[in-house]
Each structure stands twice: as C-alpha cells, then as structure tokens.
Design a protein around this ligand. Sequence first.
Ligand SMILES: Nc1ncnc2c1ncn2[C@@H]1O[C@H](COP(=O)(O)OP(=O)(O)OP(=O)(O)O)[C@@H](O)[C@H]1O
Length: 368
Amino acid sequence: MPLVRLDISHVRNLSSVRFEPSPQVNVIVGENGSGKTSVLEAIHLLSFGRSFRSHKHKTYIQHDNPHCLVFAQLHQIHGSPIPIGLQRHRDGQIDVRIQGQRAESVIELAERLPVQLINPDAFRLLEGSPSIRRQFIDWGVFHFDKDFIPAWRGWQKALKQRNTLLRRGKISSSLLAAFDQELIRLGEQVNVSRKAYVEQLEPHFLRVLSSLTTELSVSLQFFQGWDAQKSLASAVEMGRERDIELGYTHTGPQRADLRVKTATGYALDTLSRGQQKLVVSALKIAQGQLLIDMGRPLVFLVDDLPAELDANHRQKLCRLLESLNSQIFITSVGPDTTDFAWADTTDVRHFSMNNGELSLSSKGLQES
Ligand SMILES: Nc1ncnc2c1ncn2[C@@H]1O[C@H](COP(=O)(O)OP(=O)(O)OP(=O)(O)O)[C@@H](O)[C@H]1O
C-alpha cells in the first residue's frame, strides 16, 4: 500500500514537511545534516512506532516541541486512501489513529504499512546479538502468519512469569512443572511458525543474493533455541533443575537464532564488509519479496546506499528493488544519482532537502 501523501511535523529538524511521493521511486538528495534520514525515520515511526536511530523518543522529537506527528494517506486499490497517523509526546505517550479512530496499538500500523529498512547499520543483523536476528524473523512471521502474535505474546508472558518465580528462588521443580504447560504449548507454536517462515524465506534469499552477486555461497540455518532432536517439553523438563540454579529459563525459543553461514564459517567472520551488506540487503529484500508474493506491498527505506557498496552493486540493488514494484525512498548526498540507474518507465521523483525543507527538485519537475 504505497503512501500517497506524507505530513511530518516536528521530527528532528523537520518542522513541517508535506509531500506527495511517487508510488515507485523517491530520491531525496541533500547535504549532511539536512534532514534526509529524518524523513525515513518518520516513515519508520509510522510503521513501527519507534525510530531506527534511537530507542529514546525524546531524541527525535524536535527540540522545544511537546510532540511530533507523522500522518499519511495509504493508497488502496479499491476505495479512497486510508489516513493513518502517529503522535508521540515528550512524556512517552503515543497516539495512533487509523481512519480517524484511535487504534489499540502500533501493531495495527505495522499491519497496514510494512516497511523494510536498508541502511549503513544493516550489517548489525549479522554482527549484533541473536535478539536482532530474532526480531528480523519475527517481523516476517508476524506478516506471514496471523496466529503468531497472540501466541508470541502469550509465550512471552509465561516466560516472564516463570523467570520472576525463578529469580525469587524457593521454588521446587514440581511446582515449576505446573507453570510450564502454557510456556511449552505456546513456545512450540512460536517455534513452528518461525521454522516454517525461515524455510519459506531461504529460497527467496538465495535467488535475491544470486542476482546481486554470483560470488557468494551462503546458507541460512535456523537454530530453534534448544537441541533440535528434542521437543520443547523435554528440553524444559531436563533443564528445570539448572533453571532453578541459574534463576532464569536457559533454554527455549528465547534463545533462537538465524545462522548465516558460508562454506568456511559464519558470514560475519568470513565476508568483507561490502559482502556482508549484500547478504543483509538480500535478506531484507527477500523478506519483502515474500510479502509481495502474498499480495502485500511494502515500502523500502534505503539510507545512504553508497556506504560500503560499489557502483556496480548499487545499480544491481536498485534494479532489484525497482523490479519488486514497491515504493522506495532512497537518500543520497548526491547530487549525482545517475548510478541508481532507474528504468525510463519507472516513476522517479527527485526531492531536495535543505535545512529541513523538502522540495521537488528541478530534475523531478522536468520528469513529472
Ligand atoms: N531533536 C532534534 N530537534 C531538532 N533538530 C535535530 C534533533 N535531532 C537532530 N537534529 C538535527 O536534525 C538534522 C537531522 O539530520 P539527518 O540525520 O536527518 O540528516 P541527513 O540529511 O540524513 O544527514 P547525513 O547525510 O549526514 O546522514 C541534523 O541537522 C541534526 O542536527
């Protein structure tokens, strides 16, 4: 569902930015610090309810302002566009509105506006802790399997309760066993969904990667968080005494990971930085492609593409994104953006960003 209109107020240096993006490619060019990334950050906020740059909401609300606001109209194939909006207050309060009605949670935004981000931090998917890769898997499963979120929430709740009991100590193995039924039932459900998703993702990932580079041979392995030969019930049962000793649940889906490997070891240890970036981009594009195949268009945010990718790979990545027929927002310190190499038939709009002011650039005006 592409964005047909975007209004951003008081996000970093963007006091008031309003524009009508192209349903296909939007190139935002501006000097360092002009506010390009803040536009992507605002779109990300509208999908995830949080920034990709900081967990502290006060950092992205414009100085001296009580709140920031991002509002958009989402295109619908049939019917008029759907208005969605998010307001974040300095005290942390978050208001989400969809079609004028207050929404219960930001998850409702994510359902309507799936967003994938490719930025210079993207390699953290390989380098960072397993929790980052679990988030990556769970984002995909969330869009793929409608039963996942209720199961995931229930399992998280059971896990938290169990860990609280373990931390307090003085709990016997038999009493703990009574609490474990729900944890096991929902944990198994979470695991089955994750496993099925990674199986679906891998062929997409390999296809995308091979269209970016033929030099790499990379595989995905899903580690479920405990011995693959055992059920979660037996892993939890066998680990109960150890959990009591440790004061937390040491085995289960909370330890799951996505292992990205080459023939000689982990991708992180064997690939160059640029190659890692290609692998991560392929993972993210593959996730997007899987959604698109399900008839769910999404928005790609691409920040600072030149970082670590040479012109040849930049072009390949742009062509690939373009072929998905999704809406793309891409930033560049430009002004020469010719190596993005969009097809003549693609609707490309160029915008200039100057000190937080966005305008359709002369290049965009000539083309429109
Ligand atoms: N809370 C805030 N309130 C007002 N301005 C802010 C706030 N936080 C950051 N800024 C300013 O907003 C601008 C944000 O720039 P942004 O990171 O979006 O720029 P950019 O064009 O992507 O730059 P680069 O090319 O260097 O990545 C910077 O000038 C920064 O100093």
